[in-house]
Design a protein around this ligand. Structure first.
Ligand SMILES: NC(=O)c1ccc[n+]([C@@H]2O[C@H](COP(=O)([O-])OP(=O)(O)OC[C@H]3O[C@@H](n4cnc5c(N)ncnc54)[C@H](OP(=O)(O)O)[C@@H]3O)[C@@H](O)[C@H]2O)c1
Length: 435
C-alpha cells in the first residue's frame, strides 16, 4: 500500500460486493488511473462464509457503521434496503466527510435529497452509477455527457426481472405466475417480487434519472406506477397481432417546466430498439432537441455487470473526479413540479370482460363515443354463442382506440362499469406507436 492509494471499505459481500472485489483484483493488471484502489475493510453479516474472493489482508467489521467511520477514503455501500443499517452507514460516512459509492436505488429514492444535501455540506462525493440500469452508464450519460444540453424525455426498460417475465410469457405463451416462478428459480427475481413486478424498482430508477435530466429536486413519490401482474398471455398474443410487444417502461417527460413520470406496461412497435430488448437486458433512451435520441442497452443487473458500474465510480474518484450527485448543486435544482395533464396521449388497448347479454357492444361503443373516442378495432375474443346455447356469464372483448387522452378513456371506462357492462375491472395497456 502506498500513500497515493485510494483506500476503500465495502459493506455487503453479496452478488455485487463480491463482483466488485473480483474486478478490483483483476484491475491491478489493467489499471484505471494513477492511484491504485485498495480494499482495506469489509463488512457483512456472516464472517465464516466463503465468498470465493481473497480477503486475507482485509480488515473485517461486523458493523458497517464502524467500517464507514474507519480509516478509508471511500465507503462502498452494497447492502441494500431503503433504510436500516445501509442508511445509517452511508450517513456516518458522509458525516465523516468520506466519499460514498452505492448501488442502492431504494435508499436514494427514499432519502436521496437528504443524502445529497448531507454530501454537499460535508464536501463529500456521493456516486451511484450502479443504482440505475445496472451495468449501463445511464447516470453519467445524463449527468456528465449531456450536462447543459436540454433533455426532453428519458425512458426505457429498467427492470430486468419484468423484462425477463414478459419475454418468457410472449415466447412460450406461459402465464405471469409460471414465468415469475421460473425467474425466481433462476435467481432473477426475489422471493418477494413486489418491488420489481409492481413497478417500484423502475419508478425509483426513473425518478433518479429524471431529477438529473431535468435538474429538479428528486421526488420518487411523484411517479405514477403500474406493474405487470395484470398482463395475461392473451394480451401478448393480441399485441403480436397488432404489431407490438409489451414492455414495462419508465417514462419521464419535461412538459412546460413540469415533469410527467410514469411506469406502466406499454405496447411498443415490433422492430423498435425497445421492442427488441429481450430477457434481463435493459435499455435507456434519452431524447432532446439538439441530439435527437441517444440509446443505451446492456446488462441491467447481475453481480459482475453492476460491479462494473461501482468500479467505474471508484475509478472516477481515483482520478480526482467528483461530480455533484445530481449534476448541479442541490440549491440550484428547481422544485419538483408534477405535470398536471399527467398520462399517456395515444392509442389504448383495452381488454374487457363483459356480460354476455344482448346490447353490450352498443353500450360499449356509446360510452366511448360520449368521450369522443373512436375505435380502431373491436374484437370479440369469445367464440360466438348460437341462440340455442345457454348464456355464459361473460365474454372477452378487446378494443383498440384511436389516439385519445388517458383521462377521456378513464371516464368512458367508468361509465361502462357504472352501466354494469363489464363484469370485472377492464385491463388497459397504453400503445406507444412512435417509439
Ligand atoms: N444484484 C444485482 O443485480 C443488483 C443490480 C443493481 C443494483 N443492485 C443493488 O446492489 C445492492 C446489493 O445487492 P446484492 O444483490 O449484492 O445483495 P445481496 O447479494 O443480498 O448482498 C447483500 C450483502 O449485504 C450484507 N448485509 C446484509 N445486512 C447486513 C448487515 N446488517 N450488516 C452487514 N452486512 C449486511 C449481506 O451479508 P451476508 O452475505 O453475510 O448475508 C450480503 O453480503 C442493493 O442495493 C441492490 O439493490 C443489485
Amino acid at each position: 500500500m502506498s500513500a497515493n492509494d485510494l483506500t476503500i471499505g465495502i459493506a455487503g459481500l453479496g452478488t455485487v460486493g463480491t463482483g466488485v472485489i473480483r474486478i478490483l483484483q483483476a484491475e491491478r493488471t489493467y489499471g484505471g488511473s494513477d492511484r491504485t484502489v485498495v480494499l482495506k475493510g469489509v463488512s457483512a453479516r456472516d464472517r465464516s462464509r466463503d465468498r470465493g474472493v481473497a480477503l486475507d489482508d482485509v480488515a473485517w467489521f461486523d458493523d458497517p457503521v464502524a467500517l464507514a467511520r474507519s480509516d478509508v477514503d471511500v465507503f462502498v455501500e452494497l447492502i441494500g434496503g431503503e433504510g436500516g443499517v445501509a442508511l445509517e452507514a452511508v450517513e456516518a460516512a458522509l458525516d465523516a466527510g468520506k466519499a460514498v459509492v452505492t448501488a442502492n436505488k431504494a435508499l436514494l429514492a427514499a432519502h436521496g435529497m437528504a443524502l445529497v444535501e448531507k454530501a454537499e455540506a460535508a464536501n463529500a462525493p456521493l456516486l451511484y452509477e450502479a443504482a440505475v440500469a445496472g451495468g449501463i452508464p445511464a447516470i453519467r450519460t445524463v449527468r456528465d455527457y449531456l450536462a447543459g444540453v436540454p433533455i426532453a424525455s428519458v425512458l426505457g426498460i429498467m427492470n430486468g426481472t419484468c423484462n425477463y417475465i414478459l419475454s418468457e410469457m410472449e415466447m412460450g405463451g406461459y402465464t405471469f405466475e409460471a414465468c415469475l416462478a421460473e425467474a425466481q428459480r433462476l435467481g432473477y427475481a426475489e422471493a418477494d417480487p413486489t418491488f420489481d413486478v409492481d413497478g417500484f424498482d423502475t419508478a425509483h430508477k426513473l425518478a433518479i434519472l429524471s431529477s438529473i435530466a431535468f435538474t429538479t429536486r428528486l421526488d420518487a413519490s411523484a411517479v405514477q406506477v403500474e406493474g405487470i401482474r395484470g398482463i395475461e398471455p392473451e394480451d401478448l398474443a393480441a399485441a403480436e397481432e397488432l404489431g407490438y410487444r409489451i414492455k414495462l417502461l419508465g417514462i419521464a417527460t419535461f412538459v412546460d417546466g413540469s415533469v410527467d413520470q410514469r411506469v406502466h406496461p406499454t405496447m411498443v412497435p415490433r422492430g423498435s430498439a425497445l421492442a427488441e430488448t429481450m430477457g434481463v437486458t435493459n435499455a435507456v433512451s434519452i431524447r432532446g432537441p439538439a441530439f435527437g435520441e441517444l440509446a443505451l442497452a446492456g446488462p441491467g443487473a447481475g453481480g459482475d455487470a453492476t460491479a462494473t458500474a461501482v468500479v467505474s465510480d471508484l475509478t472516477d474518484l481515483a482520478r480526482g473526479l467528483a461530480p455533484r450527485p445530481l449534476g448541479r448543486p442541490a440549491g440550484m435544482l428547481t422544485p419538483f413540479r408534477k405535470a398536471e395533464a399527467s398520462g399517456h396521449y395515444g392509442a389504448f388497448y383495452v381488454r374487457l370482460p363483459i356480460a354476455d347479454r344482448a346490447g353490450m357492444f352498443a353500450a360499449l361503443a356509446a360510452a366511448m363515443a360520449s368521450e369522443g373516442i373512436s375505435l380502431e378495432q373491436i374484437v370479440q375474443k369469445t367464440p360466438h354463442r348460437p341462440e340455442h346455447m345457454p348464456e355464459r356469464a361473460e365474454q372477452t372483448v378487446i378494443l383498440v382506440t384511436y389516439p385519445t387522452t388517458e383521462a377521456a378513456l378513464k371516464r368512458a371506462l367508468s361509465r361502462i362499469q357504472a352501466d354494469e357492462v363489464v363484469v370485472r375491472e377492464p385491463h388497459v395497456i397504453r400503445i406507444a406507436a412512435s417509439l
